[in-house]
Design a protein around this ligand. Structure first.
Ligand SMILES: [Zn+2]
Length: 68
């Protein structure tokens, strides 16, 4: 995300808003937990995630968990 923001600067055009909409959708979906590998991770706030399965909370400088 930071790379995208840096590339386009502070002007948020329609393309960027579409990208953010896609990210918002990803944020609503449950993400895979890096600890227990279950898709039980919910985003609590920007950069803060909680796994409902193993109850771990973790902070990431990311808008969503990336798949490796
Ligand atoms: Zn977990």
């Amino acid at each position: 995300m930071l790379a995208i923001v840096g590339k386009f600067g502070p002007r948020y055009g329609a393309t960027i808003r579409k990208r953010y909409a896609a990210i918002e959708e990803l944020q609503r979906k449950k993400q895979q937990c890096p600890y227990c590998k279950k898709k039980s991770v919910k985003r609590l706030a920007k950069g803060l995630w909680e796994c409902k399965s193993c109850e771990k909370k973790f902070a990431l400088d990311a808008y969503f968990l990336t798949k490796k």
